[in-house]
Design a protein around this ligand. Structure first.
Ligand code: PMP
Length: 362
């Protein structure tokens, strides 16, 4: 079986030995405080970790709020921003778990078309003119699921709309550091002069998902509010996990692992792009320069469920692409949307999987 399914880091992307070594050092030097409750007033996160994350992102520690993975950051932000009946605009397609979280908080989640160079900001402008949302949720860099990156002019226009119509933009950037070629655009937060952008980040893809370290970068007033929510539910993330994250950042392990990931993933990405172009034709949604995902609009006569069952019969496991489309939005007529994560596969295996799909279509 060839699995084009989960977007998780492969074993070789997690620096297990180095994290273990630094964990021993943390335990040797800080154990006393790590097995106690975090001090009252420190519920926004371990001070060392907040300082290290702030340095990593070129911001101030009081703007950092640490969570148990970035999914919890999305949950707490939705709890703060959404009132029942509020509208939230998201990219279509987008990260399915985020949509579920927003809906659980009572939001009406509306999909805005995603183009090869990011959110259709002109379509968004019409929507916000008709109905100002609680927030817009975007994954501007190497988006999950599509692999798309938002271009500079759309970034500027999105931030301008947020200022004009006074709504929050949540930019979720777990893949931003994973750029294998090309140069980065400014983040939305860097373009924001009006304090409208809230950034959600994660150590899951640059260090380890098992540490469950996510974070929000926001105005200190919002950080205080989120810390109050956390205090009412779980106090704070695990002090041990946070101390390990802080030590890994302080010792440069996240930074060196990002460099290693670029070397590991660049050939996987370029081989994956070649395999799709050679065997399936020009059907890529975008030509990503980083991240985990390559996606296609695959022209198939059958419906999605039938195609996925047929693919499984020839040894290819796929994710249901329609699950990433909120609110009844759909990929282009006559196609199905396939997410093809390349990060965990050697080029030969990826090409073999694409070969099986090509024969199936033929
Ligand atoms: N946001 C996006 C866009 C993701 O792709 C993921 C994980 N796949 C998450 C958030 C959640 O990551 P975590 O909770 O591990 O930080």
């Amino acid at each position: 079986m060839i699995h084009f399914s989960r977007g998780i880091p492969p074993r070789e992307a997690i620096p297990t030995e180095a994290i273990t070594r630094l964990t021993r050092r943390v335990l040797d030097t800080e154990a006393d405080r790590l097995f106690q409750y975090p001090p009252i007033g420190k519920y926004a996160g371990d001070p060392d970790l907040r300082r290290e994350l702030a340095a990593f992102h070129g911001t101030e520690a009081e703007r950092i709020f640490v969570t148990n993975g970035s999914l919890q950051a999305l949950d707490l932000l939705a709890g703060h921003l959404v009132h029942p009946g509020d509208v939230v605009y998201v990219e279509a397609p987008t990260y399915d778990r985020a949509v579920q979280i927003f809906e659980r908080h009572g939001a009406k989640v509306v999909g805005v078309p995603l183009e090869h160079d990011g959110l259709d900001v002109a379509a968004l402008a019409q929507l916000v003119a008709a109905h100002v949302p609680a927030f817009v949720y975007t994954i501007p860099d190497f988006q999950n699921p599509s692999g798309v990156t938002m271009n500079d002019s759309k970034r500027r226009e999105l931030v301008r709309l947020a200022a004009e119509y006074e709504f929050t933009v949540i930019e979720d950037i777990p893949y931003r550091e994973l750029r294998y070629t090309g140069t980065a655009s400014a983040s939305l937060a860097e373009l924001d002069l009006d304090n409208r952008v809230v950034t959600v980040g994660s150590l899951s893809k640059v260090l380890s998902p098992g540490l469950r370290i996510g974070y929000v970068i926001a105005d200190p007033a919002l950080v205080t509010d989120l810390a109050g929510q956390a205090e009412g539910v779980y106090l704070s993330p695990s002090p041990l996990s946070q101390a390990i994250g802080a030590r890994c950042l302080a010792e440069g392990l996240v930074q060196s692992n990002v460099a290693d990931l670029r070397r590991l993933m660049a050939p996987r990405l370029s081989a994956a792009v070649d395999a799709v172009r050679e065997q399936l034709g020009e059907i890529l949604v975008a030509a990503p320069e980083g991240g985990y995902y390559l996606t296609v609009h695959l022209p198939v006569a059958n419906d999605e469920a039938t195609f996925l069952a047929d693919a499984r019969a020839v040894g290819v496991v796929l994710t249901r692409g329609s699950a990433f489309y909120p609110d009844g939005s759909m990929p282009p007529q006559g196609t199905i949307f396939l997410r093809l994560p390349f990060q965990a596969m050697e080029p030969e295996e990826f090409a073999a999987g694409i070969g099986r799909l090509a024969s199936l279509i033929a």
